[in-house]
Design a protein around this ligand. Structure first.
Ligand SMILES: [Zn+2]
Length: 713
């Protein structure tokens, strides 16, 4: 399949302030992993790099709200990412992090070179400054009233109530989240990359695929939506973009540069350089040369990302690389679209997600079932959707009924007829193929080689859904061959005719075990075990398969003893799926918009015994403090005085009440509810609310003021 090439594959650096969900997986990791594993199998040189993106204001804001340091936040998620990626089988060659020393050094070297070469322009601008905290304020550090919907707690970049994108100067009565004081405008200097100076060559590179008139890639190989987004940015005219920020968490602007004090690299300047730092880390650890992966024109670079990162990978990062000089530009940026979940957009703040680490815990040994469903529904050209029912269906009808069924039949019959050994057969022997034509083993194996080349083409076109289907088709064909030849009947009258049928069936199982590895690596391991083949090493395994076919030698020789087999997959029963659906809806019940008109009164719950009631400890209390929980539209973090102690209670009332209007509010509290952690905050009780027919909530009020701590029964 062509001359051996060298390919550097990157996956978008996940941002270290929340766990990974299925949308991430389908967007930038699973596709890259299939691509890399396939190239390894074909015998090409490939390096797969990624790491955690650990800088930017969103990390510090999160740290502030969780009462942790930014370092603690990024450590927490970096380790979670590492274990999650490993558990779901993403086979990075190196997984780095942008807080590493080497990365700071690499990105500072970049900045220094661009500065020395005069690639930046310096600009003064007015920005909000907190005089009490003596700090410039990132957009996320400023809150105020939304000019669109009057939400008193809108952020400087966005109002989470009405969804408007804002700039800090639009906020009415802005306040600093650091000190609560009113910020003042102060001028600050920053370094900007004048992207407009790069527009001409970027346009040529994107639309013609040429650099200085020399062909670099074929634009027809790029996805339409990627080209479309790039062109619309270019057509709108590129603007200078600030490459630095006033922040206290991030990569320092090199100290020797005048005016560098308090300045950090813009996170979108430092993050993509993280791919380079990760390559350096890998090279250091393996005694290799990192530069050949980035600077040698023989190396192809491919960035796997989600569509929200297109502008950074197709325009801004290439401009940074070109301004620096000496670096290759990506040969392709096959960005995926988004994956939705059960009819709604995946939302971290609303907890409307399937978290990959939770899935791995809930479905041990079924990692490949998730991978399979993600591949079947990969948002390659347009947004796609995950539903639990579809997950169950693809597992039961395709993995169980097709793949596991075929493998199981072949191995069981081999054990029954030949004590588990591959029967003797010749490549000239014949059997009935899937179309009931008499065919030789050799001829059928040649067809198989053709099918494998088709999979190769699909993968190189980033059509992973199609490639997966082509592999599964081989299993379907195997099932048909068994069905047509009916070895279970022939074994009685014409046992000699059964040998080539079982021989070819076993070769198909081996072929599947090799071809399926890039998609379903855990299944490939299990198949290798069933076949008693040496597992693990990925390099060249698909190449060996093709070589064997070409040299008319079987992969599984006559006499080879297969191992113990079991079930590849068990069916997923309805209860398991129903439980997941209930859980998903339960943790965000209010987000589900129902078209049906509900009766004004919800049905009465089941009768309980008196003991169950007296087990509830219900108290009067007073709210003494309230604040919004970041990234959670519905949650308020409240301090409630219960007389004998103060409690932190997280309450889902943020859509109905602002923190300022409920200070001093009398409340009724279920005080002996087991603590629960919501958004990293331990909630120690529950405030009882009345749900009104119009969907609003009201506090339950006593007829006259009562002191906190009174028992209510
Ligand atoms: Zn608003």
């Amino acid at each position: 399949m062509g001359t051996p090439k060298r390919t550097l594959v990157t996956s978008a650096l996940p941002y270290a302030n929340g766990p990974l969900h299925i949308g991430h997986l389908a967007g930038a990791y699973l596709n890259a992993d299939i691509y890399v594993r396939w190239l390894r199998g074909i015998g090409e040189e490939v390096l797969f790099v990624c790491g955690s993106d650990e800088h930017g204001a969103a990390i510090t804001v999160r740290a502030l709200k969780e009462g942790m340091s930014p370092k603690q936040i990024v450590d927490k998620y970096h380790h979670l990412f590492q274990s999650t990626f490993a558990a779901i089988g993403i086979s990075f060659d190196v997984y780095d992090r942008t807080s590493s020393e080497l990365h700071h050094q690499t990105s500072q070297d970049f900045f220094r070179k661009l500065y020395q070469d005069g690639a930046f322009i310096e600009r003064e601008s007015e920005q909000y400054f907190d005089e009490e905290a003596q700090s410039f304020l990132a957009d996320r550090y400023i809150m105020g009233t939304c000019p669109r919907c009057s939400n008193p707690d809108a952020y400087g970049d966005q109002c989470e109530r009405c969804g408007s994108t804002l700039s800090p100067t639009e906020l009415i009565e802005p306040r600093s989240t650091l000190s609560g004081s009113k910020p003042v405008m102060r001028s600050t200097r920053h370094w900007y990359l004048p992207l407009e100076n790069h527009e001409t060559w970027l346009r040529e590179w994107i639309t013609d695929g040429t650099i200085d008139g020399v062909v670099h890639h074929y634009p027809a190989d790029w996805k339409n939506h990627v080209l479309g987004q790039c062109k619309s940015w270019l057509d709108a005219g590129l603007q200078p973009r600030a490459m630095t920020r006033d922040l206290d968490w991030g990569v320092d602007v090199p100290q020797e540069i005048p005016g560098s004090a308090g300045k950090k690299l813009y996170v979108w300047m430092d993050a993509p350089i993280g791919y380079i730092s990760a390559t350096r880390k890998w090279a250091n650890e393996h005694g290799k040369d990192w530069e050949s992966w980035w600077k040698n024109p023989e190396t192809s670079i491919i960035h796997f990302i989600g569509k929200d990162n297109i502008v950074f990978h197709c325009l801004i990062f290439p401009a940074i690389l070109k301004a620096h000089g000496g670096y290759n530009l990506p040969i392709n940026v096959p960005a995926n679209q988004f994956m939705n979940l059960e009819g709604n957009k995946i939302s971290t703040s609303r907890n409307w997600a399937v978290w990959v680490d939770e899935f791995v815990r809930d479905f041990p040994g079924m990692e490949d079932s998730l991978r399979y469903n993600m591949i079947r529904n990969m948002p390659e050209q347009r947004d796609s959707e995950f539903t639990w029912k579809n997950f169950q269906e693809t597992h039961n009808s395709e993995l169980v009924n097709n793949l596991a069924n075929f493998v199981n039949r072949v191995l069981v019959l081999t054990r029954k007829y030949y004590n588990g050994a591959v029967p003797p057969a010749d490549f000239k022997d014949t059997f009935l193929d899937q179309d009931s034509n008499q065919t030789t083993i050799q001829s059928w194996m040649n067809d198989l080689a053709g099918r494998i080349r088709q999979v190769d083409i699909s993968i190189r076109q980033f059509s992973f859904r199609e490639a997966m289907q082509q592999v599964m088709e081989i299993s379907s064909v195997g099932n048909q061959i068994l069905q047509i030849n009916e070895p279970w009947k022939a074994i009685k009258n014409d046992p000699d005719s059964v040998r080539p049928v079982m021989f070819i069936s076993l070769q198909i199982v081996v072929a599947i075990s090799r071809l399926i590895r890039p998609f379903l690596p855990f299944t490939a391991d299990r198949l290798d075990k069933f076949l008693a083949l040496d597992s693990g090493k990925e390099q060249d395994r698909i190449k060996q398969l093709l070589d064997a076919i070409e040299h008319k030698g079987p992969l599984l020789k006559s006499g080879h003893q297969t191992g113990d087999s079991g079930h590849l997959f068990d069916r997923i029963p309805d209860e398991v799926i129903d439980e997941q659906i209930t859980r998903l809806h339960g943790r965000d019940a209010t987000s589900i918009t129902s078209e049906s008109t509900e009766p004004p009164f919800s049905p009465q719950k089941e009768t309980i015994q008196y003991d169950q009631f007296t087990g509830l400890d219900i108290r009067s209390g007073v709210i003494v403090h309230g604040e919004k929980v970041p990234k959670a539209d519905r949650l308020l973090k409240l301090e409630v005085d219960l007389g004998f102690e103060r409690r932190t209670i997280v309450s889902g009332i943020a859509e109905h009440f602002s923190p300022s209007e409920i200070i001093g509010q009398q409340v009724v509290v279920l005080s002996n509810l087991a603590p629960r952690t919501l958004k990293g905050i331990e909630s120690q009780g529950m405030i009882l609310m009345a749900s009104l027919p119009d969907g609003t909530l009201e506090f339950i009020l006593p007829g006259s003021p009562i002191p906190p701590g009174c028992v209510i029964s």
